[in-house]
Design a protein around this ligand. Structure first.
Ligand code: AMP
Length: 548
């Protein structure tokens, strides 16, 4: 017997429908150099319709990729709705990537149109002529005329002029829930970044998952400030969650890393929920302590991307800012688990529970598996193994079929994170199988850095590991073996200078340590475990400010 419920396609059009019909008066506020840009949903929706009309006029068809190189701001939010709701695929580009990676990603995704925030044009310049699929670049700025000539991109279109030429209504097409809605690339240990492709169905269900009370619990009464980039895992799904719930949205634009701007925006607009990686909160704590300011309206600070150091959670608690720890990854949309103390957890154990990665989200199934045998391990709080997950918002593959081995034979996604799970169901990450370095919430590929160092004429071998850092979570440290003839004749400064035009500034290793030989495994691979075990901690008294 079949159920007799409607075959209603789960799509982001439903989120847009709620934004338009139910939440007209809610505001989207974007931080600007002077003051803020303020717009109600009632003002934003016609702009979204116009944008869809403009995309259609530019030849965008269902399934075509539309890239963004943008900060968290109102135009980016309009693209978040218009692109998927018209059937195209929103591809958010990570503006912290080095040009070669951006070039690879744009070509791999075959982006047709690229929307860029004016201050980010310098990032595009090295790509011009190398991204043939891109037929049109659209500039997002408040001052169109000046910017064109100023930057020498005469053939760029202007976002506001494009919108002005279109109708305020758009006939949204009927979509299938399995259609791709968005793409986001993630970097791994080896090779190039890989494209994760979200569907309308996965985004819809993920949004519902995010909104649950025991999950992030965002409501219509909230004012949410996502300080997590809109180019990273769809800003943890917060834009759509806010749209569905009807929360007021605050967007920090390019002031994301500036604690003063963030605190002022939160204060003036009465934010109730903040979200960001630990690095953001380390800066915020310092700023609040320095100024004596407080944010009494904020009831929750969502934090993920890296484990929360205990000292950070304690400092935030002391400031009245309650952190909510969550775990996930680009491939999990990203919500995987959330650390709300469970009913059976005793009050004295609450802090410990909040510092775990929490209980798996409703909608996702989790298991830990022995890396050697693949056997499922018990939830006893002792045994640890690789986290594997499955569910409707978990990736089953990457764009263009890269890395098919990420799925187990029985269809679970291998996360590469190693954890134990307590009998209460709290996930505790103990390590990760990957060697990539996570600095300030963003990945640095150790392999790539090694290759760049090894291209130095005086260096024979180099291995890079991430070491703990109070502010950035991890920073790269390079271990380099000079060629015999240069032993004692190559300096750290020389190597770092050499890297400056090869990798992004924030990838530059904090230190280059010279050694006689890189330890190797039985199959001749660099044995980073050995390096890590014997590594002297980073001297954090030097050059901290140069990373920002
Ligand atoms: P990304 O795909 O760039 O978002 O990175 C996902 C990875 O970040 C995960 O596989 C973890 O290794 C790490 N990660 C995310 N959230 C947490 C957390 N709460 N605690 C520890 N590691 C985390």
């Amino acid at each position: 017997m079949e159920g007799l419920m409607q075959d209603y396609e789960l799509s982001l059009q439903h989120v847009l429908w709620r934004v338009e019909r139910l939440h007209q008066k809610k505001e989207v506020v974007t931080k600007q150099e002077q003051g803020v840009h303020r717009m109600t949903n009632a003002e934003m929706v016609p702009r979204i319709n116009r944008l869809a009309g403009a995309l259609k006029r530019l030849g965008i068809k269902p399934g075509d990729r539309v890239a963004t190189l943008a900060y968290n701001n109102h135009r980016h939010l309009e693209l978040y709705y218009a692109v998927p709701c018209m059937g195209a695929v929103l591809h958010t580009l990570n503006l912290r990537l080095f040009p070669q990676h951006l070039e690879f990603i744009v070509n791999d995704a075959e982006d047709k149109v690229l929307f860029v925030d004016q201050p980010l044009i310098p990032l595009l310049k090295p790509l011009l002529g190398k991204i043939p699929s891109v037929q049109q670049i659209v500039l997002m700025t408040d001052t169109p005329a000046a910017s064109h000539s100023e930057n020498g991109f005469s053939d760029m279109l202007d976002y506001e002029s494009l919108l002005a030429a279109e109708s305020e209504s758009y006939p949204w097409p009927k979509l299938s829930e399995r259609m791709a809605a968005a793409m986001c690339y993630t970097s791994g240990t080896t090779g190039n970044p890989k494209g994760v492709v979200y569907s309308h169905r996965s985004q819809y269900l993920h949004t519902m998952g995010v909104l649950q009370a025991d999950s992030l619990g965002i409501t219509e009464k909230d004012t949410v400030l996502p300080i997590v980039p809109m180019f990273h895992a769809n800003s943890w799904g917060l834009p759509y969650a806010c749209g569905m719930a009807g929360s007021k949205v605050l967007l920090p634009d390019r002031f994301m890393g500036d604690a003063k701007s963030i605190v002022e925006l939160a204060e003036q607009e009465e934010a109730t929920i903040l979200a960001g990686v630990p690095t953001i909160w380390i800066n915020t704590v310092a700023y609040l302590n320095q100024t004596g300011k407080r944010l009494p309206k904020v009831h929750t600070v969502i934090c993920g991307g890296s484990a929360i150091p205990r000292s950070l959670m304690e400092s935030m608690d002391a400031l009245g800012l309650r952190m909510l720890h969550a775990w996930g990854m680009t491939e999990t949309s990203p919500l995987g688990s959330v650390a709300r103390p469970r009913a059976a957890t005793k009050p004295e154990d609450e802090l410990r529970a909040r510092l775990t990665q929490g209980a798996v989200s409703a909608g996702v199934e989790i298991r830990i598996s022995d890396p050697a045998t693949g056997e499922e391990l018990p939830w006893d709080g002792v045994a640890f193994g690789e986290i594997q997950v499955r569910g409707p918002w978990i990736a089953r593959g990457y764009h263009n079929g890269y890395d098919p081995g990420k799925l187990t034979e029985d269809g679970w996604f291998r996360t590469g994170d190693v954890a134990k799970i307590t009998p209460e169901g709290y996930v505790e990450i103990v390590d990760r199988t990957k060697d990539v370095i996570k600095s300030g919430g963003e990945w640095i590929s150790s392999v790539e850095l090694e290759n760049a160092i090894m291209s130095h004429p005086k260096i024979m071998e180099a291995a890079v590991i991430g070491l703990a850092h109070a502010k950035w979570d991890e920073r790269p440290i390079a271990y380099a073996v000079p060629k015999p003839e240069f032993k004692g004749k190559v300096t750290q400064e020389e190597v770092i200078d050499f890297l400056k035009d090869k990798v992004a500034k924030w990838w530059l290793p904090d230190e280059v340590r010279f050694i006689d030989e890189v330890p190797k495994t039985s199959v001749g691979k660099f044995d980073k475990k050995v390096l890590r075990a014997s590594a002297v901690p980073i001297d954090q008294t030097i050059k901290q400010e140069s990373k920002s």
